[in-house]
Design a protein around this ligand. Structure first.
Ligand code: HEM
Ligand code: HEM
Length: 173
């Protein structure tokens, strides 16, 4: 029994997007290019794909609600709880990181135009006290997301896929 085709597409689309967003985030956060125009383009792509994670994840949860996943492969209770908690945390991060990142950008005084085309109204204005707090929160959340993704992907590929070979990985393929 597998997740529905739509659920699988949404999962792998999210994986690809998070890979791009994360790489760009680390690039602009830790090694920004000198070329100002290029740097702003990287920011815009990060922010545009990032903000789209919010509706994508909301739709994914709606889809999950209307199309419940197939029954899980039986696991010891602690592992089942760990899987549930990590999935919940992944969803929480996918919903809250775009909001915090967007508000941080607003607070620095930069309005967002998705891919330079669609303007997103700023709910808060420039706020020099709030901006560094939100940016730092966004950075810590990125660290948490990165760690959970590492655990999640290793559990799926190494534990379920290579060691137990229990069919859990196949549910998402
Ligand atoms: C799921 C969505 C998102 C993920 C996973 C994500 C991830 C990241 C990561 C990994 C970093 C590097 C953090 C660091 O090294 O300190 C970063 C930085 C940043 N993100 Fe996001 N981000 C997301 C959404 C957004 C959105 C929607 C915006 C704004 C509209 C945004 C704005 C920023 C900015 C401005 C930085 C650079 C901060 C700096 O200059 O140090 N992010 N993000
Ligand atoms: C190589 C990377 C990845 C692999 C192999 C993988 C594999 C899987 C598998 C096999 C499941 C189904 C688990 C089950 O049946 O209980 C799953 C679920 C899930 N994955 Fe991933 N995943 C990866 C990356 C990611 C990333 C980057 C994210 C998000 C940032 C993510 C978010 C989720 C979520 C939220 C679920 C729960 C689905 C649900 O039941 O609603 N995954 N993943």
């Amino acid at each position: 029994m597998r997740y529905t085709l739509t659920a699988r597409w949404l999962h792998w689309l999210t994986v690809a997007a998070v890979l791009v967003i994360g790489t760009l985030g680390l690039w602009i956060g830790w090694a920004p290019p000198d070329d100002e125009a290029f740097k702003l383009r990287l920011y815009n792509i990060h922010e545009s794909i990032g903000i789209l994670m919010l509706p994508l994840t909301a739709f994914r949860l709606f889809w999950r609600w209307t199309h419940p996943p197939p029954p899980a492969v039986p696991q010891p209770a602690p592992l089942q709880a760990a899987a549930w908690a990590s999935h919940a945390l992944l969803y929480l991060m996918l919903l809250t990181m775009p909001v915090v990142g967007f508000l941080a950008t607003n607070a620095w005084g930069f309005p967002l135009r998705i891919f330079g085309l669609v303007p997103v109204p700023s709910p808060i204005g420039r706020d020099e006290a709030l901006a560094p707090v939100l940016t730092s929160l966004h950075g810590w959340m990125a660290l948490v997301l990165g760690l959970v993704v590492l655990i999640h992907a290793s559990a799926a590929l190494v534990w379920h896929g290579a060691i137990r070979r229990d069919g859990t990985l196949r549910r998402m393929l």
